[in-house]
Design a protein. Structure first.
Length: 318
Protein backbone atom coordinates (compact mmCIF):
# COMPACT_ATOMS: atom_id res chain seq x y z
CA UNK A 1 0.00 0.00 0.00
CA UNK A 2 3.07 2.29 0.02
CA UNK A 3 2.19 3.73 -3.38
CA UNK A 4 -1.15 4.98 -2.16
CA UNK A 5 0.22 6.38 1.09
CA UNK A 6 3.15 8.31 -0.39
CA UNK A 7 1.45 9.60 -3.50
CA UNK A 8 -1.83 10.58 -1.87
CA UNK A 9 0.08 12.41 0.88
CA UNK A 10 1.90 14.32 -1.85
CA UNK A 11 -1.33 15.17 -3.71
CA UNK A 12 -2.99 16.33 -0.49
CA UNK A 13 -0.03 18.61 0.17
CA UNK A 14 -0.29 20.03 -3.34
CA UNK A 15 -4.06 20.53 -3.16
CA UNK A 16 -3.80 22.39 0.15
CA UNK A 17 -1.61 25.12 -1.31
CA UNK A 18 -2.54 28.37 -2.98
CA UNK A 19 -2.13 29.08 -6.69
CA UNK A 20 1.56 29.52 -7.48
CA UNK A 21 3.35 32.25 -9.40
CA UNK A 22 2.75 30.26 -12.59
CA UNK A 23 -0.93 31.18 -12.22
CA UNK A 24 -2.02 27.60 -12.88
CA UNK A 25 -4.18 25.16 -10.95
CA UNK A 26 -2.26 23.38 -8.21
CA UNK A 27 -2.25 20.01 -9.88
CA UNK A 28 -0.38 21.64 -12.75
CA UNK A 29 2.10 24.04 -11.20
CA UNK A 30 4.56 22.07 -9.12
CA UNK A 31 7.79 24.05 -9.48
CA UNK A 32 7.88 25.49 -6.00
CA UNK A 33 8.75 24.59 -2.46
CA UNK A 34 7.00 24.98 0.88
CA UNK A 35 6.39 28.62 1.56
CA UNK A 36 5.80 29.37 -2.10
CA UNK A 37 9.45 29.84 -3.08
CA UNK A 38 10.25 28.61 -6.55
CA UNK A 39 13.13 26.27 -7.23
CA UNK A 40 15.54 26.67 -10.11
CA UNK A 41 17.55 23.49 -9.40
CA UNK A 42 17.07 21.97 -12.81
CA UNK A 43 20.35 20.06 -12.84
CA UNK A 44 20.23 18.64 -9.31
CA UNK A 45 20.64 14.87 -9.37
CA UNK A 46 20.04 13.50 -5.84
CA UNK A 47 21.20 10.10 -4.68
CA UNK A 48 19.02 7.24 -3.50
CA UNK A 49 20.27 4.81 -0.86
CA UNK A 50 19.17 1.29 -1.75
CA UNK A 51 18.16 -1.46 0.66
CA UNK A 52 21.69 -2.87 0.42
CA UNK A 53 23.22 0.42 1.50
CA UNK A 54 24.50 1.27 -1.96
CA UNK A 55 23.97 4.69 -3.47
CA UNK A 56 22.32 5.10 -6.85
CA UNK A 57 22.08 8.33 -8.79
CA UNK A 58 18.68 9.36 -10.08
CA UNK A 59 18.81 11.65 -13.09
CA UNK A 60 15.46 13.38 -12.92
CA UNK A 61 16.08 15.06 -16.27
CA UNK A 62 15.68 11.62 -17.85
CA UNK A 63 12.30 10.92 -16.25
CA UNK A 64 9.70 11.35 -18.98
CA UNK A 65 5.99 10.82 -19.48
CA UNK A 66 6.36 7.05 -19.86
CA UNK A 67 7.55 6.74 -16.26
CA UNK A 68 4.43 5.47 -14.48
CA UNK A 69 4.85 7.80 -11.48
CA UNK A 70 5.22 10.80 -13.79
CA UNK A 71 2.34 9.52 -15.93
CA UNK A 72 0.09 9.23 -12.88
CA UNK A 73 1.02 12.72 -11.71
CA UNK A 74 0.45 14.46 -15.04
CA UNK A 75 -2.81 12.74 -15.94
CA UNK A 76 -4.47 13.31 -12.59
CA UNK A 77 -5.49 16.54 -14.31
CA UNK A 78 -8.97 15.66 -15.52
CA UNK A 79 -8.75 17.76 -18.69
CA UNK A 80 -5.53 16.11 -19.79
CA UNK A 81 -6.93 12.70 -18.89
CA UNK A 82 -10.15 13.43 -20.76
CA UNK A 83 -8.25 14.36 -23.94
CA UNK A 84 -6.09 11.26 -23.58
CA UNK A 85 -9.18 9.05 -23.49
CA UNK A 86 -10.80 10.89 -26.38
CA UNK A 87 -7.75 10.49 -28.61
CA UNK A 88 -7.26 6.81 -27.86
CA UNK A 89 -10.89 5.68 -27.77
CA UNK A 90 -12.12 8.11 -30.46
CA UNK A 91 -15.11 9.14 -28.37
CA UNK A 92 -16.35 12.44 -26.99
CA UNK A 93 -16.70 12.77 -23.25
CA UNK A 94 -18.77 15.46 -21.58
CA UNK A 95 -16.86 15.28 -18.34
CA UNK A 96 -14.64 12.92 -16.39
CA UNK A 97 -13.35 12.65 -12.86
CA UNK A 98 -9.96 11.23 -11.99
CA UNK A 99 -10.91 9.30 -8.88
CA UNK A 100 -7.34 8.77 -7.65
CA UNK A 101 -3.97 8.61 -9.38
CA UNK A 102 -1.91 5.50 -8.59
CA UNK A 103 -5.00 4.09 -6.86
CA UNK A 104 -4.75 0.93 -4.80
CA UNK A 105 -8.06 -0.84 -5.28
CA UNK A 106 -8.69 -3.32 -2.50
CA UNK A 107 -12.00 -5.11 -2.86
CA UNK A 108 -11.86 -7.36 0.22
CA UNK A 109 -10.37 -7.20 3.68
CA UNK A 110 -7.88 -9.95 2.85
CA UNK A 111 -7.41 -9.20 -0.82
CA UNK A 112 -4.03 -7.87 -1.87
CA UNK A 113 -5.63 -5.32 -4.19
CA UNK A 114 -4.24 -3.84 -7.38
CA UNK A 115 -2.48 -0.59 -8.04
CA UNK A 116 -3.58 1.24 -11.13
CA UNK A 117 -1.89 4.30 -12.65
CA UNK A 118 -5.05 6.28 -13.46
CA UNK A 119 -8.61 5.39 -12.42
CA UNK A 120 -11.18 7.69 -14.02
CA UNK A 121 -14.95 7.85 -14.23
CA UNK A 122 -17.07 9.70 -16.75
CA UNK A 123 -20.38 11.51 -16.20
CA UNK A 124 -22.33 8.32 -16.99
CA UNK A 125 -20.46 6.26 -14.42
CA UNK A 126 -18.28 4.33 -16.88
CA UNK A 127 -14.86 3.58 -15.43
CA UNK A 128 -11.43 3.66 -17.06
CA UNK A 129 -8.16 2.14 -15.93
CA UNK A 130 -5.19 3.62 -17.81
CA UNK A 131 -1.80 1.94 -17.43
CA UNK A 132 1.62 2.93 -18.71
CA UNK A 133 3.55 -0.27 -19.50
CA UNK A 134 7.24 -0.09 -20.37
CA UNK A 135 8.26 -3.64 -19.46
CA UNK A 136 7.43 -6.53 -21.77
CA UNK A 137 5.52 -9.15 -19.82
CA UNK A 138 3.93 -12.36 -21.01
CA UNK A 139 0.90 -12.12 -18.72
CA UNK A 140 -0.55 -8.74 -19.76
CA UNK A 141 -3.68 -10.39 -21.16
CA UNK A 142 -4.30 -12.12 -17.82
CA UNK A 143 -3.67 -8.89 -15.95
CA UNK A 144 -6.45 -7.22 -17.93
CA UNK A 145 -8.82 -9.97 -16.85
CA UNK A 146 -7.83 -9.42 -13.23
CA UNK A 147 -8.14 -5.63 -13.55
CA UNK A 148 -11.62 -5.88 -15.03
CA UNK A 149 -12.71 -8.26 -12.25
CA UNK A 150 -11.37 -6.00 -9.53
CA UNK A 151 -12.98 -2.92 -11.09
CA UNK A 152 -16.34 -4.72 -11.25
CA UNK A 153 -16.00 -5.87 -7.64
CA UNK A 154 -15.13 -2.34 -6.61
CA UNK A 155 -18.26 -1.01 -8.29
CA UNK A 156 -20.43 -3.61 -6.60
CA UNK A 157 -18.88 -3.00 -3.18
CA UNK A 158 -19.51 0.71 -3.74
CA UNK A 159 -23.24 -0.08 -3.87
CA UNK A 160 -23.79 -0.85 -7.55
CA UNK A 161 -25.95 -3.85 -8.47
CA UNK A 162 -24.39 -6.24 -10.97
CA UNK A 163 -27.15 -5.61 -13.52
CA UNK A 164 -26.41 -1.88 -13.29
CA UNK A 165 -22.66 -2.20 -13.82
CA UNK A 166 -21.25 0.48 -16.09
CA UNK A 167 -18.72 0.14 -18.87
CA UNK A 168 -15.33 -1.08 -17.69
CA UNK A 169 -12.43 -0.03 -19.92
CA UNK A 170 -8.81 -1.08 -19.39
CA UNK A 171 -6.12 0.65 -21.45
CA UNK A 172 -2.47 -0.40 -21.57
CA UNK A 173 -0.19 2.14 -23.23
CA UNK A 174 2.84 0.05 -24.21
CA UNK A 175 6.28 1.14 -25.37
CA UNK A 176 6.52 -2.20 -27.20
CA UNK A 177 4.26 -4.26 -29.46
CA UNK A 178 2.43 -6.76 -27.19
CA UNK A 179 1.16 -8.85 -30.12
CA UNK A 180 3.86 -8.32 -32.74
CA UNK A 181 1.26 -7.35 -35.35
CA UNK A 182 2.52 -3.79 -35.97
CA UNK A 183 -0.74 -2.11 -34.98
CA UNK A 184 -0.94 1.11 -33.01
CA UNK A 185 -4.16 0.15 -31.23
CA UNK A 186 -5.54 -3.30 -30.47
CA UNK A 187 -9.17 -3.40 -29.32
CA UNK A 188 -10.66 -6.44 -27.60
CA UNK A 189 -14.21 -7.27 -26.61
CA UNK A 190 -16.12 -10.49 -26.09
CA UNK A 191 -17.50 -11.90 -29.35
CA UNK A 192 -19.13 -15.15 -30.38
CA UNK A 193 -16.63 -17.57 -31.92
CA UNK A 194 -19.20 -18.90 -34.38
CA UNK A 195 -20.57 -15.48 -35.31
CA UNK A 196 -18.01 -12.67 -35.08
CA UNK A 197 -20.73 -10.08 -35.47
CA UNK A 198 -22.41 -11.22 -32.25
CA UNK A 199 -20.96 -9.26 -29.35
CA UNK A 200 -21.53 -10.19 -25.73
CA UNK A 201 -22.81 -7.08 -23.95
CA UNK A 202 -20.69 -7.62 -20.83
CA UNK A 203 -19.66 -3.95 -20.87
CA UNK A 204 -15.95 -4.81 -20.86
CA UNK A 205 -13.45 -3.56 -23.38
CA UNK A 206 -9.67 -3.72 -23.40
CA UNK A 207 -7.24 -1.60 -25.42
CA UNK A 208 -3.54 -2.17 -25.98
CA UNK A 209 -1.81 0.90 -27.39
CA UNK A 210 1.50 0.26 -29.13
CA UNK A 211 3.38 3.56 -29.47
CA UNK A 212 5.66 2.02 -32.11
CA UNK A 213 2.88 0.63 -34.31
CA UNK A 214 1.88 1.42 -37.88
CA UNK A 215 -0.08 4.68 -38.01
CA UNK A 216 -2.27 3.64 -40.95
CA UNK A 217 -5.90 4.37 -40.12
CA UNK A 218 -4.92 6.34 -37.00
CA UNK A 219 -6.18 9.92 -36.78
CA UNK A 220 -3.77 12.84 -36.79
CA UNK A 221 -4.37 13.84 -33.16
CA UNK A 222 -3.94 10.25 -31.94
CA UNK A 223 -0.78 9.92 -34.05
CA UNK A 224 0.71 13.02 -32.43
CA UNK A 225 -0.07 11.65 -28.98
CA UNK A 226 1.51 8.26 -29.71
CA UNK A 227 4.52 9.89 -31.35
CA UNK A 228 4.99 11.96 -28.21
CA UNK A 229 4.88 8.84 -26.02
CA UNK A 230 7.39 7.23 -28.37
CA UNK A 231 9.91 10.08 -28.75
CA UNK A 232 9.20 12.49 -25.90
CA UNK A 233 9.00 15.26 -28.50
CA UNK A 234 5.69 17.22 -28.51
CA UNK A 235 4.24 18.32 -31.84
CA UNK A 236 0.92 19.98 -30.98
CA UNK A 237 -0.57 22.19 -28.28
CA UNK A 238 -1.81 19.26 -26.17
CA UNK A 239 1.48 17.33 -26.11
CA UNK A 240 3.46 20.55 -25.61
CA UNK A 241 1.33 21.29 -22.55
CA UNK A 242 1.97 17.77 -21.21
CA UNK A 243 5.73 18.12 -21.75
CA UNK A 244 5.73 21.49 -20.04
CA UNK A 245 4.17 19.90 -16.96
CA UNK A 246 6.68 17.05 -17.07
CA UNK A 247 9.50 19.58 -16.93
CA UNK A 248 7.89 21.47 -14.04
CA UNK A 249 7.18 18.32 -12.06
CA UNK A 250 10.73 17.02 -12.50
CA UNK A 251 12.04 19.97 -10.52
CA UNK A 252 9.58 19.88 -7.65
CA UNK A 253 11.34 18.90 -4.41
CA UNK A 254 8.28 17.22 -2.88
CA UNK A 255 7.71 15.14 -5.99
CA UNK A 256 11.37 14.10 -6.07
CA UNK A 257 11.26 13.09 -2.43
CA UNK A 258 8.13 10.99 -2.96
CA UNK A 259 9.64 9.44 -6.07
CA UNK A 260 12.77 8.38 -4.21
CA UNK A 261 10.69 6.99 -1.33
CA UNK A 262 8.64 4.87 -3.70
CA UNK A 263 11.74 3.70 -5.57
CA UNK A 264 13.29 2.57 -2.29
CA UNK A 265 10.10 0.77 -1.27
CA UNK A 266 10.04 -1.00 -4.63
CA UNK A 267 13.67 -2.04 -4.13
CA UNK A 268 12.74 -3.44 -0.73
CA UNK A 269 9.87 -5.44 -2.19
CA UNK A 270 12.11 -6.73 -4.95
CA UNK A 271 14.76 -7.84 -2.47
CA UNK A 272 12.11 -9.43 -0.25
CA UNK A 273 10.66 -11.35 -3.18
CA UNK A 274 14.12 -12.37 -4.34
CA UNK A 275 15.03 -13.66 -0.87
CA UNK A 276 11.77 -15.58 -0.58
CA UNK A 277 12.39 -17.14 -3.98
CA UNK A 278 15.90 -18.19 -3.00
CA UNK A 279 14.63 -19.71 0.24
CA UNK A 280 11.91 -21.66 -1.58
CA UNK A 281 14.53 -23.00 -3.99
CA UNK A 282 16.82 -23.95 -1.10
CA UNK A 283 13.99 -25.73 0.72
CA UNK A 284 13.38 -27.91 -2.32
CA UNK A 285 17.08 -28.71 -2.62
CA UNK A 286 17.38 -29.48 1.08
CA UNK A 287 14.40 -31.83 0.99
CA UNK A 288 15.83 -33.64 -2.02
CA UNK A 289 19.31 -33.94 -0.54
CA UNK A 290 17.99 -35.15 2.81
CA UNK A 291 16.12 -37.93 1.00
CA UNK A 292 19.42 -38.89 -0.62
CA UNK A 293 21.04 -39.17 2.81
CA UNK A 294 23.14 -36.02 2.86
CA UNK A 295 23.98 -34.53 6.25
CA UNK A 296 23.19 -30.98 7.29
CA UNK A 297 26.89 -30.16 7.18
CA UNK A 298 27.18 -31.40 3.58
CA UNK A 299 24.05 -29.52 2.54
CA UNK A 300 25.35 -26.31 4.12
CA UNK A 301 28.58 -26.67 2.17
CA UNK A 302 26.73 -27.30 -1.10
CA UNK A 303 24.54 -24.22 -0.55
CA UNK A 304 27.47 -22.17 0.75
CA UNK A 305 25.34 -21.35 3.77
CA UNK A 306 25.60 -21.88 7.50
CA UNK A 307 24.22 -24.98 9.22
CA UNK A 308 21.89 -22.69 11.18
CA UNK A 309 20.40 -21.46 7.90
CA UNK A 310 19.78 -25.03 6.72
CA UNK A 311 18.24 -25.99 10.06
CA UNK A 312 15.94 -22.95 10.02
CA UNK A 313 14.58 -23.89 6.57
CA UNK A 314 14.07 -27.49 7.68
CA UNK A 315 12.13 -26.29 10.74
CA UNK A 316 9.99 -23.99 8.61
CA UNK A 317 8.85 -26.98 6.55
CA UNK A 318 7.77 -29.02 9.57
Amino acid sequence: MFQETSLLKFHKQMNSREVSKYNRPLWVSMSYRKGGHTTQKRSVVPDKVTVKGKTETINFDEIGITNDFMFGTVFRDKEKCKELLQRILKIRLAEIEVVEPQKVMKTTLIGKGIRIDIYAKDSEGNVYDIEMQTTEETDLHLRTRYYHSEMDSYQIRAGQKYFNLKQSVVIFICTFDPFADDRSIYTFETTCKENKGLVLADKRRTYFVNVNGNREGISEDTTKLLDYFKTGQPTDHYTKDIQKQVQIIRNDDDWRENYMTIEMKMDQRYEQGKNEGEQNRDRELIAKWLQKGKTITEIAEDLDRSEEYVKSLICSQE
